[in-house]
Write a protein that binds this ligand. Structure first.
Ligand code: NAD
Length: 497
């Protein structure tokens, strides 16, 4: 059995791990590898190496750091198909979807290629006689990334390119469910010229995470995952004096007004609801229809569902793959059972979906509920599967109120042809990322990504300008140079005259 080991100080650790966890191919249900599970010893080794490497790396010129990012960008482009295949083999998403994930990560690398410009400070000459003042942004030290299973390449790439380009060193703790892309990225960074110890990977679970968030030499923690763990990381990390950004789960609503282009809305709802089998933090999981919109939208959605091809991510024509684990599949099926029992109308039932030749794969077919109400568990909880709920409202105000009272606030969308209605939505909706006739409004790399409410803990969104701010701290300098005038001792408060 292949063992996926930690990457520390520029190489895969060659000591056999004391503890391992299984890695599966979700399309077949077979175990394909075992992954090392770090404890405090391995975490301390990685953090110490990164802490030592920081002293040198922070003094690399901006140009050299940028050049490494440019070289890394080229290597990712060249190896994107390898990354996509590895990703599909452990996550299950389709190859096309995996390639899209790599591309969205690559955009952050491209943003980091511009770090010399992004780190420019401000300068004011002659604020007082012979006195100038200026600002610089300096790296923090060892930054840690703790990432979820659903984007094993992209989410880490939201973090480390900017952290590294800013002059920090990095320890990544990827999801133990699909660990291979992290090691591949480590190898590509090394090939791009990144010095040993600047980027490290430790695999594992809560034990590794707790050792990381408690380690005295860790300066900052970026977390992306579910809301309960995000809250825990934020609270523990902050208590330990770390800078923390922790992005959590979601329940994204798509509001469809009666004047919307119903074909556009149906395409969007099906794509955003079932893409990646619903395992996206920006997936649409609730469609909120206003007035009679549902009667025209639902037949169009169901028509599209009949054509949807579900199968192994690397099979010809597959549009939707399996779920990540058998436990997760059972959990999703449990929600479909509960929705039915709680009185929602089950229009399309994905339970019992079997793909010939892949009977042990973790598949659930696309599932659609109508007449869902806010008290039902399929509405309240993040299901993270191919289950879409339609909630019908009488008025637009009611729809907005529903979105605003939901405890999550990651992404949302409105579908309408009325500019005034769209403008009202963007002004009043209490959600961090908003789409107007766009179902998955993931910001480009030169903006920042972050939800509101229970979808984020901490003051910084991730990547983009917020990423640069998160991974650096500002310093203001006031200098008198040269100053030929000696005024003697003066205990009065300095005035800018
Ligand atoms: P998860 O919270 O179970 O795991 C995330 C990370 O935390 C993993 O590295 C895992 O090993 C670690 N972890 C798990 N349990 C832990 C514990 N008890 N203590 C310490 N660490 C622990 O999330 P997941 O199932 O891997 O990913 C899916 C979730 O991530 C969904 O809720 C999804 O919405 C969310 N997500 C959010 C965003 C966003 O940008 N807001 C993006 C992607 C995914």
């Amino acid at each position: 059995m292949k063992t996926i080991n930690h990457w520390i100080n520029g190489q895969f650790r060659d000591i056999p791990p004391e503890r391992v966890g299984p890695v599966y191919n979700p399309a077949t249900g077979e175990q394909t590898a075992q992954v090392a599970m770090a404890g405090p010893r391995e975490v301390d080794e990685a953090v110490s190496v990164a802490h030592k490497a920081f002293q040198d790396w922070r003094n690399f010129s901006l140009t050299r750091r940028q050049n490494i990012m440019f070289a890394y960008r080229e290597l990712i482009t060249r190896h994107r198909h390898d990354l996509a295949r590895a990703l599909t083999a452990e996550h299950g998403k389709t190859i096309d979807d995996a390639l899209g994930e790599v591309q969205r990560g690559l955009e952050v690398v491209e943003f980091a290629c511009n770090i010399a410009h992004l780190l420019k400070g401000a300068f004011s000459e002659q604020v007082s006689r012979s006195v100038d003042t200026y600002t610089v942004r300096q790296p923090l030290g060892v930054a840690v990334g703790i990432t979820p299973f659903n984007f094993p390449a992209m989410v880490p790439m939201w973090m480390f390119p900017i952290a590294l380009a800013c002059g920090n060193t990095f320890v990544l703790k990827p999801s133990e469910k699909d660990p291979t892309p992290a090691g591949m990225n480590a190898e590509l960074l090394a090939e791009a010229g990144l010095p040993d110890g600047v980027f490290n990977v430790v695999h594992g679970d809560k034990e590794a995470v707790d050792a990381l968030i408690g380690h005295p030499d860790v300066a900052a923690i970026s977390f992306v995952g579910s809301t309960p763990i995000a809250r825990y990381i934020f609270e523990q990390g902050s208590r330990n004096g770390k800078r923390v950004q922790a992005l959590g789960g979601a329940k994204n609503h798509m509001v469809v007004l009666p004047d919307a282009d119903m074909d556009l809305a149906a395409d969007a709802a099906v794509s955003a609801g079932y893409g990646s089998a619903g395992e996206r933090c920006m997936a649409i999981s609730v469609v909120v229809t206003v007035g009679d919109a549902a009667d025209r939208l639902l037949p169009r959605m169901r028509e599209r569902l009949t054509d949807l091809v579900v199968g192994p991510g690397d099979s010809e024509g597959a549009q939707m793959g399996p779920l990540i684990t058998a436990e997760h599949r059972d959990r999703v099926v449990g929600y479909i059972d509960a929705g039915e029992q709680e009185g929602a109308r089950l229009l399309d039932d994905g339970r019992g979906f079997v793909r010939e030749g892949h009977e042990n794969g973790y598949f659930v077919g696309p599932t659609l509920f109508d007449q869902v109400t806010p008290d039902m568990s399929i509405y309240r909880d993040e299901i993270f599967g191919p289950v879409l709920s339609v909630v019908r409202t009488e008025t637009y105000e009611e729809a907005i109120e529903l979105v605003n009272t939901n405890p999550y606030g990651n992404g949302t969308a409105v579908f309408t042809n009325d500019g005034g209605a769209a403008r009202k939505f963007q002004a009043e909706i209490e959600v961090g990322m908003v789409g107007v006739n766009v179902p998955i409004p993931v910001p480009l790399a030169f903006y920042s990504f972050g939800g509101w409410k229970n979808s984020i803990f901490g003051d910084h969104s991730i990547y983009g300008p917020d990423g640069v701010h998160f991974y650096t701290r500002p310093k203001v300098i006031i200098s008198r140079w040269p100053d030929p005038i000696h005024r003697g001792v003066d205990l009065g408060f300095p005035q800018n005259i």
